[in-house]
Design a protein around this ligand. Structure first.
Ligand code: ZN
Length: 204
């Protein structure tokens, strides 16, 4: 692409770094910004910089949060004996949208994937074990994708949690997780949480 301005070229290159954004789309977005009020663009740039600088991860569940403890972990209205283990923040958002779940979460930050060099040590697994050890949690629900990585992660976690007196369940597998949840309708997802099965039974 030949640009008439170095500033334009730089801005397009920055946008094109985002996933799913090609050069053409980047150019369209940048030209759109140029047509907006300066104040509007200021606000846009400010919100991105504020997001990156101020956003935190909850010290308990590792979900994206505005404070050291997220609103879900801090809420006395939630069932603190129930933890739903998910791959990332998008899964928390999808499950919250169903309004069918009232427990807490634990965001692993990925799944075990030897092919990609991601081992248990790269995920928030030890903090999950600590949580269970130090609180009166009585059920853990695995809500991760029915992929090889999901299966490996559940198998590993199940082994780790075996020593605790704990109900371990999984949601109906076949539900796409890890960012693909946005394609699952809320009723299906809500129902799969309500009808979760004991992990041992899900292996049959
Ligand atoms: Zn939290």
């Amino acid at each position: 692409m030949n640009f008439s301005s170095k500033l334009l070229e730089t801005a397009v290159a920055e946008f094109a770094k985002l996933p799913g954004i090609g050069q053409k789309t980047a150019l369209r977005l940048v030209l759109n910004l140029l047509n907006q009020d300066k104040e509007e663009v200021e606000r846009f740039a400010g919100s991105i910089s504020k997001l990156r600088n101020e956003v935190q991860f909850c010290g308990v569940c590792h979900n994206i949060s505005d404070a050291a403890l997220c609103e879900i972990c801090a809420s006395p209205k939630r069932n603190h004996q129930l933890i739903c283990v998910v791959e990332d923040t998008r899964d928390v958002m999808a499950i919250e949208n169903t309004s069918q779940y009232n427990g807490l979460y634990h965001v692993l930050g990925g799944l075990i994937s030897p092919m990609d060099g991601i081992g248990p040590g790269d995920l928030k697994i030890s903090s999950l074990v600590e949580r269970i050890k130090n609180t009166d949690v009585n059920e853990v629900i695995f809500a991760v994708s029915a992929t090889m990585e999901g299966d490996t992660t559940i198998f590993y976690l199940h082994k780790k949690l075996k020593e605790f007196t704990l109900k371990i369940s999984t949601i109906a597998r076949g539900i796409a997780f890890g960012g693909e949840l946005e394609y699952v309708d809320e009723i299906t997802l809500g129902r799969s949480i309500a009808t979760r099965v004991l992990y041992e039974n899900s292996l049959r």
